[in-house]
Design a protein around this ligand. Structure first.
Ligand SMILES: Cc1cc2nc3c(=O)[nH]c(=O)nc-3n(C[C@H](O)[C@H](O)[C@H](O)COP(=O)(O)OP(=O)(O)OC[C@H]3O[C@@H](n4cnc5c(N)ncnc54)[C@H](O)[C@@H]3O)c2cc1C
Length: 347
């Protein structure tokens, strides 16, 4: 084996990184603090660049079987008037393949199955990493893929950068019928999004300032166009996922530390979900890190980490910045100005 690597965190970023490093010939282990891998979560958008990265990791085919293409999405007013199209068709024309939507549990399962197939990559559950120095002492490479509250990041960079609330609560869920239309509906200070996820089901997400219960939330969408009220009425509230929207602030000065530690995914650049890039950027990080490490070999690890940082940091931080600003724009109270600007988007 080329060297030893330990990956902290078995989310999308950690599992994808473990596959990439193992393919590069490294001995890899994964430590995950949960006692079972969470099979919850709704849909992830997979941009064509992330799909290409998954192809290189060897899981693209498995995912395509479970993913659905995302096309024909529009931005609407609460009355149902179309303001603009989401740029999905342009992305598809340029990339030669569509944006895909995949359920989070399928993506996690596909990555795990690929890791399992190596037969020698342990995923240790119930391992809450606290002593990062001990891991650095025992391994050539430590990868912090431990999400927005990253212990690895705090050990390397202190607590200056950390999770910051953006002041909005997001709710996500899956309704057991197909909505017939998809896209986002932008109202005053709130929005509602719906996408396909698999036959017979609709993935939805929404934010409303100040709504803390399912009942309160539903009340804010009375009178909105079909099928928004029906989606909320027909999703069992006990399955709704509620989370406080957060991002990492301030942005990190580096994604690598001391020539032996790299951060990927939310640990490096957690962002608001408005651009739907949380999983994509984690997958791109994983691919870039594995490629840099493979190209430079174990002896060139510090150079590999510098190359990874140079390739991914600005790009991921730009995406996080754009997502944060899109969040403000989508939840603006000044709907006339916002809608006028949205109408100017190319279709
Ligand atoms: C259960 C779950 C469900 C989600 N559902 C959605 C969704 O429906 N839609 C959406 O847009 N985003 C969702 N997200 C967020 C999304 O998965 C991430 O933004 C994105 O995929 C980046 O992944 P990541 O691997 O960097 O971080 P994460 O997915 O957050 O994974 C980090 C992993 O590290 C583990 N970990 C943290 N600290 C330690 C430690 N000290 N020691 C060991 N392990 C540790 C965590 O338990 C977690 O499994 C979800 C995240 C989780 C954890």
């Amino acid at each position: 084996m080329a060297g030893t690597a330990v990956v902290v965190g078995a989310g999308v970023g950690g599992l994808a990184t473990a596959i990439g490093l193992r393919r590069a010939g490294w001995a890899v282990s994964v430590l995950e603090r949960r006692t079972g891998l969470e099979r919850y979560g709704t849909a992830f958008g997979l941009h064509p660049t992330a799909q290409a990265a998954l192809d290189r990791l060897g899981v693209g085919e498995a995912l395509r079987g479970r993913a659905v293409p995302y096309r024909g999405a529009r931005i609407r007013t609460p009355a149902g008037k179309v303001l603009a199209s989401l740029p999905l068709e342009r992305i598809e024309r340029r990339a030669g393949r569509p944006e895909l939507l995949i359920s989070r549990p399928y993506l996690i399962d596909a990555l795990l199955a690929e890791l399992d197939a190596f037969g020698d990559v342990p995923v240790e559950l119930g391992r809450n990493v606290v002593a990062v120095e001990a891991l650095v002492a025992a391994n050539d490479l430590v990868v912090g893929a431990d999400g927005i509250g990253s212990t690895v990041r705090a050990a390397c960079f202190g607590k200056r950068s950390g999770p910051r609330h953006v002041g909005t609560v997001a709710w996500i869920g899956i309704a057991d019928f197909e909505s017939g239309i998809c896209g986002e509906t932008w109202g005053k200070g709130r929005f509602f999004g719906m996408t396909p996820i698999e036959p017979g089901r609709t993935n939805w997400y929404t934010t409303v300032p100040g709504a803390t219960t399912a009942d309160e939330l539903s009340g804010h969408f009375e009178g909105w166009h079909d099928p928004i009220p029906r989606i909320l009425a027909e999703t069992d509230p006990s399955t709704w996922i509620r989370y406080e929207m957060r991002h990492l602030f301030p942005a990190l000065p580096a994604f690598v530390h001391g020539g032996r530690v790299a951060l990927v995914g939310d640990a490096a650049h957690a962002m608001t979900p408005n651009l739907g890039q949380g999983a994509c950027t984690a997958i791109l990080d994983a691919g870039a890190l594995a490629r840099a490490v493979a190209e430079h070999g174990p002896a060139g690890l510090p150079s590999a980490l510098r190359a990874y940082d140079a390739q991914r940091r600005r790009s991921a931080q730009r995406t996080a910045f754009a997502s944060r600003h899109l969040h403000r724009f989508m939840t603006s109270e000044h709907t006339r100005l916002r809608n006028a600007l949205v109408r100017m988007l190319p279709s």
